[in-house]
Design a protein around this ligand. Structure first.
Ligand code: PMP
Length: 455
């Protein structure tokens, strides 16, 4: 039972013996999370933490939502399983709802994870050009620092060396360009003289790869896990124009940016572009049940439909779009709508911007970037040289926050030498008290001398 240290020891013993944790090196003493309520989680010792990352950027409506649990239970009792080979009511309702949210006409293909959704996008893009008599168009361009998933194709699209080494060769046909990273502009520009060379780099890559060989560009509206890289507002529209010019599909990965995180329904709505394909996961169900979706524009879908049997998409997924996950997603979207949580997301981000402004002056803070309610704090050793903060300094801040009851994230060591960006992405349902707690804790942690070598 909770608070029973004897139980905890037994749990830890079995964890040490049997469980293989994701991503983290072997960890003999993980925090064992026992329950969640709103923005807070409680461990087996009874310690409460504000879940400042919403898990892995996903529990957007907060923990312990009865209305979602009830929707799942009800659906399990009505019809727990049907395949997407058939039709079923929750998937029909959800696909229609997603069309309304996307503000465009899209066909929805359901799967289980963000990685799945991106694999589906790549396969659909390639088959689309086959159907159009352009089978050579098979390559994809993405950006360094971006993460698009764990499977061979999605990892191929990922632009983070450390995640890929030891698993290569990955899916082939992916190449990468420099990201829109304004704080350390790869093209040596500043906000004032920016000519969007990062977008031009995509055009150059398409030209140099050969437009007849390129099927798509995949990007997140904002690179999130790779360091909260918020682009110049003209970047995404410029990339959309380039894609159109070369008959290259624009695939937007909304796995993190979607479902309100950006302060709009989808991250690309902030930039006024209309993607050919949108992939989504995490926030689609607020992680109450695994589900992802690949939304494909009606024009693309028509090419698959009009060819009849010979042109159908040969891809099946046993659990994808199962009735329970779809019912959970519908309940989740209802909560987001009924409680006005998309607008709330923007309010949370504005509170961070206003109330954490003085962190910008801290000697170890190089840059703060906010997109909706997601925030990145880039730590440096020296503000003039922008030398990235050492891992010990970053770890000390994460640990200090945790000791005060705030869980925050950091980008991984997936870019060698650049594991220096703190990330925050609290539930969109965070109350004013929750926001106060986050702000107060960060201000306290950053005013502690030990964190700064100079301050
Ligand atoms: N795309 C992005 C932008 C992601 O952040 C992630 C997961 N962090 C994925 C895709 C892959 O999602 P999943 O872990 O559900 O496969």
């Amino acid at each position: 039972a909770i608070n029973d240290p004897a139980d905890k020891e037994a749990l830890l013993e079995n964890d040490r013996k049997y469980v293989w944790h994701h991503m983290t090196p072997h960890n003999d003493n993980p925090m064992i999370v026992a329950s969640g309520d709103g923005s807070w989680v409680t461990d087996v010792d009874g310690n409460r933490y504000l879940d400042g990352m919403s898990g892995l950027w996903c529990v957007n409506v907060g923990h312990g939502r009865k209305e979602i649990a009830e929707a799942a239970a009800q659906q399990m009792m009505t019809l727990a399983y049907a395949t997407m080979v058939q039709a079923h009511i929750p998937s029909i309702e959800l696909a229609a709802k997603l069309n309304a949210w996307l503000e465009g006409e899209y066909r929805i293909f359901f799967s289980n994870s963000g990685s799945d959704a991106n694999e589906v996008a790549f396969k659909i893009a390639r088959q689309y050009f086959h159907q159009k008599g352009k089978p050579a168009k098979h390559k994809f361009i993405s950006r360094h620092r971006a993460y698009h998933g764990n499977s061979m194709g999605a990892l191929g699209a990922t632009g983070q060396a450390q995640r890929k080494l030891k698993y290569e060769p990955l899916g082939v046909g992916f190449s990468h360009v420099a990201p829109p990273y304004c704080y350390r502009c790869p093209f040596g520009q500043t906000k004032d003289n920016c000519s969007l060379q990062c977008a031009e780099a995509i055009e150059q890559a398409i030209a140099w790869e050969g437009p007849d060989s390129v099927a798509g560009v995949i990007l997140e509206p904002v690179i999130t896990g790779g360091g909260m890289l918020v682009p110049h507002e003209g970047y995404l529209p410029a990339v959309a124009r380039i894609c159109e010019k070369y008959d290259v599909l624009l695939i937007v990965d909304e796995v993190i940016c979607g479902f309100g995180r950006s302060g709009r329904k989808f991250g690309h709505h902030n930039y006024g572009v209309k993607p050919d394909i949108v992939t989504m996961a995490k926030g689609l169900t607020s992680a109450y049940s695994p589900l992802s979706a690949t939304a494909v524009s009606a024009e693309l879908y028509e090419v698959f439909k009009s060819g009849g049997d010979t042109s159908h998409f040969r891809h099946v997924n046993t659990f994808g779009g199962n009735p329970v996950s779809c019912a959970v997603a519908l309940a989740n979207l209802r909560v987001l709508e009924d409680e006005g949580l998309i607008a709330r997301s923007a309010v949370i981000g504005e509170a961070f911007a206003a109330r954490l402004a003085r962190l910008r002056e801290h000697p170890n803070v190089g840059d703060m970037r906010i997109f909706g309610s997601a925030m990145g704090i880039e730590l440096v050793e020296d503000r003039d040289t922008k030398e990235p903060a050492k891992p010990e300094r970053v770890a000390a801040i994460v640990a200090a926050c945790k000791s005060k009851g705030l869980l925050i994230g950091k980008n991984g060591d997936t870019v060698p030498g650049f594991a220096n960006i703190l990330t925050l992405s609290p539930p969109l349902s965070s109350t004013d008290d929750d926001v106060d707690f986050i702000v107060k804790t960060l201000l306290e942690v950053f005013s502690v001398g030990s964190i700064s070598s100079k301050g």
